[in-house]
Design a protein around this ligand. Structure first.
Ligand code: ADP
Ligand code: MG
Length: 262
């Protein structure tokens, strides 16, 4: 059975794309077959997986609008995951999809065509709660919210959780909120923990174990176009590997994903 996981938060810079890329690479290293979906018109996931969005002739945009078969648009990557890429065309998809009936189901329908080929699909949602994110949440079995552990991290979380509840009521009753993943976590101060405890209490949102520490390797990796999961060992990559193992045990053995006590 294919598991579809959406990574969503309408706030930018909270490590959605980093989480999709790192979990994808870590799962692929466990010999899991992984498809990652770039739903952000900025194409950061596409770019960081070694494909220049400006050079692509077709993308998830054409798939959502029914102009291309999903299988014809998929790309291989050095991270051993398969990519459904995004290009800037996708910025126009919101408006074009709005005129279509069943617009929230476009991604779900497309993924059904290839789901037999993958154990896990991870969807990188854009920084908005528009039609594209609704497509991601409608296609998904589960959703994880990356939370950057800084002051005001809670802003927008209420709105996101409301959107998730609406999707559960209207387009996808099977959607499960797995919880938050703490990103850019700084274990040396109490600030990260205080922020997490506040958000977790306020919204009754479990925080998945482990938190992902802030490490300079991530910024270096984005700049060099190489994955942080490759190359030298670092604590960020190690944390993503543990999270990927926990998720895989949850999917394979039905174990609950461990939570981090804040
Ligand atoms: P989003 O997709 O939510 O906008 P990104 O994944 O693009 O966020 O991350 C935003 C920035 O934060 C990027 O420059 C990325 O390299 C950096 N980043 C992500 N995770 C970490 C981390 N654990 N430590 C340090 N920098 C990080
Ligand atoms: Mg992103």
């Amino acid at each position: 059975m294919t598991r579809i996981l959406a990574i969503a938060n309408q706030k930018g810079g909270v490590a959605k794309t980093t989480t999709v890329e790192s979990l994808g690479a870590a799962l692929a290293d466990l010999d899991v077959s992984v498809l990652v979906v770039d739903l952000d018109p900025q194409g950061c996931l596409t770019f960081s997986l070694g494909h220049d969005p400006d050079q692509l002739s077709s993308s998830v945009h054409d798939v959502l609008l029914g102009d291309e078969e999903i299988a014809d648009v998929l790309l291989d990557t050095e991270d051993k995951v398969t990519l459904l890429p995004a290009t800037i065309d996708l910025a126009g998809a919101e408006a074009l999809l709005l005129m279509r009936p069943g617009r929230e189901y476009a991604l779900k329908r497309a993924l059904a065509e290839v789901s037999e080929d993958f154990d896990v699909v991870i969807v990188d949602c854009p920084p908005s709660l528009g039609v594209l994110t609704l497509n991601g949440l409608t296609a998904a079995d589960e959703v994880i919210v990356p939370l950057q552990c800084e002051t005001l991290a809670h802003r927008g979380v209420g709105q996101l959780l409301r959107t998730v509840r609406e999707v559960q009521q209207i387009t996808n009753p099977n959607l499960t909120m797995l919880g938050a993943v703490a990103t850019l976590f700084d274990a040396r101060t109490t600030h990260s923990r205080d922020v997490l405890a506040d958000v977790s209490d306020r919204y009754d949102l479990p925080v998945l174990d482990p938190p992902i520490p802030r490490t300079v390797r991530f910024a270096e990796a984005s700049a060099s176009g190489t994955s942080v999961m490759r190359g030298r060992k670092n604590k960020g990559a190690t944390a993503y590997r543990t999270l990927a193992e926990n998720l895989w045990k949850h999917w394979e053995a039905g174990e609950k994903v461990g939570t981090f006590e804040v």
